[in-house]
Design a protein around this ligand. Sequence first.
Ligand code: HAM
Length: 431
Amino acid sequence: MANSIQSVRGFGDVLPVDTPVWQFVEDRLRATLERYGYEEIRLPLLEKTELFSRSIGEVTDIVEKEMYTFEDRNGESLSLRPEGTAGCVRAGIQHGLLHNRQPRLWYAGSMFRHERPQKGRYRQFNQVGVEVFGLPGPDIDAEVILLAARMLRDIGLEDIRLELNTLGTPEARAAYREALVAYLRGYEDRLDDDSRRRLATNPLRILDTKDPDTRALLADAPALADWIDDDSRAHFRELCAMLDRAGVSYTVNPQLVRGLDYYGRTVFEWVTDRLGAQGTVCAGGRYDGLVEQIGGRPTPAIGFALGIERLVALLQDAGAAPAAPAPDVYLVVAGEAAGREALIIAEELRDALPGLRVMTHCGGGGFKSQFRRADRAGARFAVILGEEEAARGEVGLKDLRSGGEQRTLPRAELVTTLQELDMGTAPGTTI
Ligand code: HAM
């Protein structure tokens, strides 16, 4: 046997035992987005590298060291998307969606970052994201937060902490950045390595550090909150008032700065302690300068993205993951002719009862092993077709749950009998 080939590190498979919870999450999220009037947009996995360096930021971790970047056969630098916002903005500009309109968009799909894989952190991961364009006021900030809160609620996740902050305008941030750098330069030798590097490149990210000594230094550092401009402050106050009015609980976290450069004003994250170090399940914020930065007209915008792997892990850890739907009917056959006829019966059942889950046996084998497979599939009923029954136009029916007797009935009555048993009328049963 040849050596088997393994998947690429950080690129996972979602196995059949797990796809039901993925489908549950994806279906619920889509339904909630539709209830808010958001429209789906589908975006390519691959973009020009420049799109990401111009938007996410040249000196962010993502662009500096996490992108899957390569030259294609024409020598053009391309990157697998590390997130969805940049591509969504690019598409909005390219197709004129942002002109005189205020689209509210959502997308779902895989993103790629060459991070160190661990629980909750993968190199290919999935997001459902939302982007809204053309609306500058705090009302839309409140709406996207209410939307994200409901998306989490609708998949059964109630107790996740919402943290909010305002970063102010780019000018306010630049002034704060200078003050922070001036302060930290005085303690450069006491900073952790990452923070020392960031001092020159992306000093605001130092506020995110987990290093205890650097954190201690930050306690006396200038606070971003003191540098926020009056308009941004008023915007944030109004947003908080709307959230209070809507009964959304949150904490203001002045240290929350986010790892992408395009944010200004409102930023937010939903965080849980139940996932270890990778506890952020949803994150986003306002990015009023990005559309212009990518070549569009000045257009305010706000959005967020949910990390699907983390939502799935939370449901699984809580034992709340839905199981695979089981077949209602499993067709058990004896002999080749009956086997062929069973395929026809299965099709007739599917035609007559669109809600019915019907599984055919295929592959031969004795009755006993077929019943074992029917059991393993979790089927509710076995429909049995032996050579004699087939010849007489009859079928057997056995309730696999009650363990009752098998009965024989005319094949023509199978549909009505299953209907009387409430099979195929409602969406299938689950195991
Ligand atoms: P982000 O914070 O980089 O923001 O990612 C959003 C969410 O994606 C995270 O909170 C997390 O749940 C999930 N996520 C990120 N990286 C990984 C990973 N390596 N493995 C598993 N899950 C991960 C953005 O991507 C922005 N585009 C969000 C946004 C949209 N802001 C405005 N609009």
